[in-house]
Write a protein that binds this ligand. Structure first.
Ligand code: DP6
Length: 328
């Protein structure tokens, strides 16, 4: 039996991936940039060559069914094909944060799976190759291979060979505080995959989202390289609002926000007026992630905890790359 265990962190996108030019290969229309989140991680244990015909996938203590099981099996088949392997696999995947509520569990899951599966099968992939592989499971996972700040290059090739992430900056380059406001723990009704496909087809604002993305991407990147929170933060807020505006304008509408989501956004704007540099972003769910200077994280977290409707607040910061913990 060959087995491996890998851990990867989740990430939060400051310039977002929202719209695919190729659905089966998870190829995006645009580049995206994220912070890899320390402490919000997924651990994947993979065993190949067990005495069974079918893969067994246990997700957070329960046998995976339906869409998650299907996507993970497809991913396994892809890795098996690359390795010339036929054996069934047993997978145990566990995340230490609320899954499927907009905290990007698919990103950390497929980054951990890319590393664990290829290590167990004796494939030695470069970080770039691992990133392209993780992308096949879930687009945002391409970025979670790297620590700190990662940029996923959209690429142009039809086969996706130039669509992978690179590290923009290490975690030590810029210690930002990331405050995560949990406003709702329910499983989101429309996942990212369906959400972006729907917005692409049904929103009259989608072309505007795509056209104006490049400028946000460039500003987020420059702000990170210069450690300029105002530049990165303003571009991230703008980009988030445009992604959500495009989705809300779809028919039928796609509205990820809860009342508490909006209340937190207002509180962040107010914090800025009071002199605290804090900026929000929201992925495909009701939670709000706030970036701020590291020394101000406690002030921001305390203010956000007071917002009516906020269930809990998590503290994070730029974290490390996906890591192989065990391989035998
Ligand atoms: C809003 O990576 O979950 O979080 O590629 O279909 O698995 P699939 O989508 P996924 O989408 C993430 C969307 C986002 C923005 C982002 O992370 O860039």
């Amino acid at each position: 039996m060959r087995q491996a265990v890998a851990i990867a962190n989740s990430n939060v996108a400051l310039a977002k991936y929202w719209g695919k030019r190729n659905e089966s290969l998870n190829l995006p229309y645009t580049g995206s940039i994220s912070i890899t989140l320390a402490g919000l991680s997924t651990r994947a244990r993979v065993r190949f060559g067990i005495e069974r015909n079918h893969d067994r996938i246990v997700l957070n203590g329960e046998q995976a069914v339906n869409s998650p099981a299907y996507v993970i099996r497809q991913f396994l088949d892809h890795v098996r094909q690359a390795a010339g392997e036929k054996a069934a696999a047993e997978l145990e995947i566990r995340s230490n944060f609320p899954v499927a509520a907009g905290l990007a569990s698919s990103a950390s899951t497929f980054a951990a799976l890319a590393l664990a599966t290829t290590s167990a099968l004796g494939l030695s992939l470069s970080p770039r190759e691992l990133s392209a592989l993780a992308r096949r499971g879930s687009g945002s996972a391409a970025r979670s291979i790297f620590g700190g700040y990662a940029e996923w290059l959209a690429g142009e090739a039809d086969d996706g060979s130039d669509s992978y992430a690179v590290q923009l900056a290490a975690p030590e380059h810029w210690r930002l505080g990331v405050v995560v406001a949990i406003t709702d723990l329910a499983r989101k009704p429309v996942g990212s995959r369906e959400g972006m496909a729907h917005a692409l087809k049904k929103s009259p604002f989608f072309p505007a989202w795509l056209e104006s993305h490049e400028a946000d991407l460039a500003a987020v990147r420059q702000g990170i390289l210069d450690r300029d929170l105002a530049v990165t933060g303003q571009a991230a807020e703008r980009n988030c609002l445009k992604m959500h505006a495009a989705s809300m304008a779809a028919s039928p509408p796609l509205l990820y926000w809860k009342p508490a989501t909006l209340a937190v956004m207002h509180r962040v704007l107010q914090l800025r007026e009071e002199g605290t540099a804090a900026y929000f972003t929201i992925d495909a769910g009701p939670q709000v992630k706030i970036i701020c200077p590291w020394p101000q994280r406690d002030t921001v977290a305390a203010a956000i905890r007071e917002v009516p409707g906020v269930r809990s607040v998590l503290l994070s910061e730029p974290g490390g790359a996906a890591e192989l913990v065990e391989c035998a």
